[in-house]
Design a protein around this ligand. Structure first.
Ligand code: ZN
Ligand code: ZN
Length: 302
């Protein structure tokens, strides 16, 4: 084995890898700035990075964090390009670096080892001491780690006390969290609310105030129709990303008319679809073809 030759080749690969990565950060920055991921049919830069580029979630997260931080602190990207620091070192200092202290933090990232650097970061930003983490420990159980302020812990302890009192036994932290989450979802989850409402008989009170609409000047979508749409779509965006998968977004949810009301479309469950804010915006972009939504997102711009 010619290890010297392999070593030379490895060095070349690392150089190519580093320059490709810093070019990728520049490309992501441009796509992010122009919201180009929407033109390509993805709801977010993260979705684009994981689905269209096939990068892992953690790698995507690191690249996006660095690329966005570099908008505020261009020296960060420059330090990667010049080979002073690598992407993971850059990602680590994103929580503390500012235009004012950039030279100091880039210097620390370049000179300290990982442990020393992390210690410095925690000193300057204690929130960084505990990294949020959810890790499977068995098929049915997860390990959850997160840092919380003291006041929140006191509040959780209070709930634990009240719950123990109610159940007449000492409850665990897990049981307390379960109780808190169920309590919240029972009251706030629109899917649960809609399911509950649909099992009740309808009240004929058309004058009831409706929720905020996505098309303000139109007559509001009747609550019951909205509940049916929410239940059918399970509160999740129904758009399809270009890789053929359903958009996973359950946040920033809006209701969209497939056939616009202005063109005679009605408030019927068939004409309504749950969309996330990004996909909804995409549907209303002026250069989109105004044909009925076929549950497939097409790129509105080339
Ligand atoms: Zn709409
Ligand atoms: Zn979506």
């Amino acid at each position: 084995m010619d290890f010297e030759r392999l070593h030379q080749r490895a060095i070349e690969c690392v150089q190519q890898f580093k320059s490709a990565e810093s070019e990728l950060i520049s490309i992501l920055q441009q796509i992010d700035r122009g919201k180009g991921f929407r033109c390509l049919g993805y709801a977010s830069l993260f979705e684009y990075s994981t689905k269209a580029l096939g990068l892992s979630e953690s790698h995507s997260y690191a690249l996006i964090t660095v690329c966005r931080k570099s908008n505020q602190v261009p020296q960060l990207k420059k330090a990667i390009e010049e080979g002073l620091i690598n992407t993971s070192q850059a990602r680590r200092i994103t929580s503390v670096i500012t235009p004012e202290n950039q030279a100091e933090w880039i210097g620390k990232a370049a000179s300290l080892n990982q442990k020393q650097l992390e210690r410095e970061i925690i000193q300057s930003n204690p929130k960084e001491a505990v990294k949020e983490m959810i890790k499977p420990v068995s098929p049915q159980r997860m390990k959850l780690v997160c840092g919380i302020p003291e006041k929140l812990m006191q509040d959780i302890e209070r709930v634990k006390d009240l719950e123990s009192q109610k159940k007449r036994k000492a409850v665990t932290l897990e049981e307390t969290l379960q109780e808190l989450v169920s309590f919240y979802l029972e009251r706030q989850d629109p899917v649960k609310k809609a399911q509950r409402a649909l099992t009740k008989p309808t009240l004929s009170s058309p004058s009831r105030r409706e929720d905020k609409q996505d098309h303000p000047r139109q007559t509001p979508i009747p609550t019951r129709i909205k509940q049916e749409v929410t239940t059918r779509d399970q509160g999740q965006c129904t758009a399809q990303t270009p890789d053929g998968k359903r958009c996973e977004q359950k946040r920033w949810i809006e209701i969209h008319h497939l056939h616009p009301v202005a063109q005679g479309g009605g408030h019927t469950t068939d004409n309504l679809a749950t969309l996330c804010h990004h996909h909804h915006k995409l549907m209303h972009e002026p250069n989109r073809l105004s044909q009925p939504f076929s549950r497939r997102m097409e790129a509105p711009c080339k």
